[in-house]
Design a protein around this ligand. Structure first.
Ligand code: SER
Length: 881
């Protein structure tokens, strides 16, 4: 058996595949279905809604290898990492899951087979022990009787204290709330030579016993008030740490000695010139891998949420490097050296290593440029005895605000030196500052505000071919005011002397990307023209930016590529439409983004293309795409264009500059255009018209997608078609006929139902009139059942036309609301008007409504209606008596 971590993972998945489980991918480390979690912390997270019966499973038995992070939240191992033989901030959890398909017996049997069978992991049975939740007799019996484990190796584990049921190592909960249940943990015994207490012992199992697999029998949903409600289907969720099982199978007594980590540690030692081994190297080896994954998933270090967790991990790494005597930025270099180990393992080629390196470098630079100074200032104050027994909040805030010294650092150092810290008086100014910077962020410069900007700078666009460039900051704006510096977290505008960022023009949206210096990172979220300047809108993710500073420009290449392709697609669409329609087509504008294109035009009377025409247009555009024609751009004098190629060009502006740019799709079209274009039509891949509608008199809009989006569109339509076929039990050839038939049948039934309903209604009203005529009361309050609720008005009208001396209040309940109608017979109108009553209702039922003098209708809160009905009856009676 190949015992590399990668092979062990595959073996696990293969085993369960053979046992009829569907192998699914790891979900993202950023949970998409659960706002209570900062990071994915278990294999079961992606299936939470299935356990809770909110979502139906596609497969009842699945298995995964899930990337998990246990830093922050309920499961937090950050401070333990490096100092045990088995904890990691990021790890992979191998798991098999049953959504009602099997429960305890099968789960235990499968686990035992994989672990001990000679054809699989082949671990000696004698080396394994298990723990069981003390109330779970069923699991205990399976382990002792069906598996035949000696009783002394099946350890019952209770709750941690009597007051809090279910708080136990053997009762697994995802978080404060969510699916949960008793669990059986399987431990591996490394042997007597290592120290450790038996699993379940409060003193901890040391290095000797390591939990390798947790089998959770999901039975309940835990809610905020600690209420346990049973799940619809008892299910299974298991989790085996890949790093731990690899250590066992590779016959090493620590996860840090497995293949991946020993390679990592060897590289780190070589790069940092360290020739001994200690725990700090473990911390670094673990944290660097974690940072790599977190940044790969698009997170930046910041002062809140996931970004803050990332920042803490980087800082913890820096501190441990400092403890090893290394006091300069070096982690970013390690990322580069380790990239092959990671990429080979995760088999993902499209990782932007440069990006990861840069982020880490910024964070390290930030630490050494600012935080370190803050540390020195604090230590100085302590050494000079300016700070003795207590550090006051004001000084702590000063260190935080001026040097960016994080509060956890301040607390840690104060703890080391036995100095108390007045946290409360620190928190207040910090909260104030946070609320101010939140306000700043709302005032990001808007379109409207641009009208009033005082910007004189000129920027030159140099980005047709160069996406990276070095330029200088000419203007900086914050809150629409010129400033000298903008700081971390602030939204603002950068104006450069030259830029590769394309500003929004001619229907093409502005570029996005990054502008960097060694001290800062500015994320550009949009680019626009303003007079002669090009404005980069965005936010400082790190550090700060100063006027006149040199910056490195990095336009998001993928985004630009998608826009280029879409812009060329618009030219082809334009040309094909012109040729097809023959009548004069007037282009009324286009909108080109990375995701889709919009093309507006007038042709004839503004009739939409029929299905056949749209199909021909789409086919012709795609024909031109397949032809893979060259696209070239050229600068020419306008006079030249007018003289030599004017017949091929439509001039849409009144005036043009002396030098114009032409975009020539060979053999197809020539247009005057400043936009960015791809090199060949084939790059567009596939164009799909997604919709077509009119937006104003005679103006038609076509919306289309290209490339990957277009393929996704086609696949999604294919999936819809498949669903339709299944639902209607038909095939693609018969589907249309089938649906037409269903529609005709539906119309017929609808007519019949209407007829029956109307007849029924007539009877109902007639009997109601008879019944009410017999009433002596002047006020009739009647609740109408849902069957007739849509006819409330009609019923009320018939009643007031046929009755005498009555005020009729009909009502029907909709959820928490009531819909009501008030009718007054003609003879009472001299005493009271329906409008007077509705005014009362509007005020007292938090409702709304209106109508005529005789009939009004409205809605309000049902509970208030019930409460007010007596008061309103009295009011009416007082008026009519
Ligand atoms: N959810 C359990 C755990 O995380 C088993 O997968 O340990």
């Amino acid at each position: 058996m190949d015992k590399s971590t990668k092979s062990i993972k595959n073996m696990f998945l293969n085993f369960f595949k053979k046992e009829n489980h569907k192998v699914l991918d790891s979900s993202s480390i950023i949970p998409t279905n659960d706002s209570s979690l900062l990071f994915t912390n278990a294999g079961m997270n992606q299936f939470k809604d299935i356990y809770l019966d909110i979502e139906k499973p596609i497969y009842e038995k699945v298995c995964t290898s899930q990337y998990c992070l246990r830093i922050g939240g309920k499961h937090n191992d950050l401070d333990t990492v490096g100092f045990t033989n088995r904890h990691h901030t990021l790890f992979e959890m191998l798991g098999n899951f049953s959504f009602g398909a099997y429960f305890k017996y099968e789960a235990i049997m499968l686990a035992w087979k994989l672990l001990t069978s000679e054809s699989w992991f082949n671990i000696q049975k004698a080396k394994l022990l298990v723990t069981v939740y003390y109330l779970d007799r069923e699991a205990y019996d399976i382990w002792t009787k069906d598996i035949g484990m000696p009783k002394e190796k099946v350890i019952l584990v209770g709750d941690k204290n009597k007051k809090e049921p279910y708080v136990s190592d053997n009762f697994w909960c995802m978080g404060e709330v969510g699916p949960c249940g008793p669990c059986s943990e399987i431990f591996y015994d490394y042997g007597k030579h290592l120290f450790g207490y038996l699993p379940g012992d409060e003193k901890g199992c040391g290095y000797r016993y390591v939990e390798v697999w947790n089998l959770v029998f999901m039975q309940y949903n835990r809610q905020y008030n600690n209420l346990m409600t049973p799940l619809a289907k008892p299910s299974v969720d298991t989790g085996m740490g890949l790093e731990r099982i690899s250590a066992v199978l590779q016959n090493v007594d620590s996860t840090f000695k497995t293949d991946i980590f020993s390679k990592t540690i060897a590289i780190v030692k070589k790069e940092l010139n360290i020739n001994y081994l200690n725990d700090y190297l473990y911390v670094i080896a673990d944290h660097i891998r974690t940072c790599f994954y977190i940044i790969k998933n698009g997170i930046y270090p910041s002062n809140e949420g996931r970004g803050y967790v990332l920042r803490r991990v980087i800082r913890r790494m820096i501190r441990h490097l400092n403890l090893l005597g290394i006091e300069k930025a070096c982690i970013y270099r390690l990322i580069y050296e380790l990239k092959d180990v990671y990429i080979d393992y995760i088999e993902e080629k499209a990782i932007n290593i440069k990006h990861i390196e840069t982020i880490i470098l910024y964070e390290e630079a930030r630490f050494y440029n600012t935080i370190k100074k803050g540390l020195e200032v604090l230590l100085n104050k302590i050494n000079k005895k300016e700070v003795k027994e207590e550090l006051d909040g004001k000084t702590a805030f000063f260190l935080y605000d001026t040097y960016g010294l994080p509060i956890d650092f301040i607390v840690e150092i104060c703890n080391e030196k036995d100095i108390k810290i007045d946290i409360d008086s620190f928190i207040k100014p910090m909260e104030l500052q946070k609320s101010l910077s939140r306000k700043d962020s709302l005032i990001s410069p808007s379109e409207k505000a641009r009208e009033e900007l005082d910007i004189k700078a000129t920027s030159i666009f140099v980005g047709y071919n160069k996406l990276e460039y070095i330029a200088f900051i000419k203007e900086l704006l914050f809150n629409n005011n010129k400033v000298n510096t903008i700081y971390e977290g602030q939204y603002g505008v950068l104006v450069l002397n030259k830029t590769s960022f394309y500003p929004e023009t001619g229907g093409q949206v502005g570029d996005i990307g990054e502008i960097k210096t060694i001290k800062g990172l500015f994320k550009v979220t949009n680019t626009k023209n303003y007079n002669k300047a090009i404005l980069h809108f965005g936010r400082v993710m790190y550090g700060f930016f100063r006027l006149k500073e040199a910056v490195i420009i990095n336009v998001d290449a993928e985004y630009r590529k998608a826009i280029k392709v879409n812009h060329s697609a618009v030219h082809i669409l334009n040309k094909v439409l012109c040729s097809y329609i023959k009548k004069k087509l007037i282009q009324k504008g286009s909108y080109i983004t990375a995701n889709h294109i919009r093309f507006d035009f007038i042709c004839g009377k503004g009739k939409l293309l029929n299905n056949e025409e749209a199909k021909i247009i789409e086919e012709e555009v795609n024909e031109q795409i397949i032809n893979n024609m060259l696209i070239v751009t050229k600068l020419l004098s306008f006079a030249d264009v007018k003289e030599n190629i004017k017949d091929n060009i439509i001039f849409i502006q009144r005036e043009y500059e002396a030098i114009v740019r032409i975009v020539n799709i060979f053999g197809l079209s020539i247009e005057l255009c400043k936009g960015t274009h791809t090199n060949r039509t084939g790059d567009i891949g596939l164009l799909s018209i997604a919709s077509q509608y009119s937006i104003a008199k005679n103006i038609i809009r076509i919306e289309a997608v290209t490339g990957r989006a277009s393929i996704a569109f086609v696949f999604s339509n294919k999936a819809i078609l498949k669903k339709l076929k299944e639902v209607t039990n038909s095939n693609e050839y018969k589907l249309c006929d089938h649906l037409t038939h269903i529609k005709a049948e539906y119309n017929k039934l609808e007519r019949e139902v209407k007829y029956i309903r109307n007849t029924h209604l007539a009877f109902y009203i007639e009997s109601l009139i008879k019944e009410l005529k017999a009433y002596n009361d002047n006020i009739i309050i009647k609740t109408i059942g849902s069957f007739y609720s849509s006819f409330l008005y009609l019923i009320a009208k018939c009643l007031i036309d046929n009755l005498r001396a009555k005020v009729i209040i009909l009502n029907t309940k909709h959820g928490n609301n009531v819909r009501f109608i008030i009718g007054i017979t003609e003879d009472l109108l001299c005493y009271i008007k329906a409008k007077d009553i509705i005014d009362y209702f509007i005020v007292n039922l938090k409702g709304k409504g209106g109508g005529s003098l005789k009939l009004v209708q409205g809605v309000g809160e049902f509970i208030l209606f019930k409460k007010e009905i007596e008061a309103i009856s009295n009011l009416i009676l007082n008026n009519i008596r």
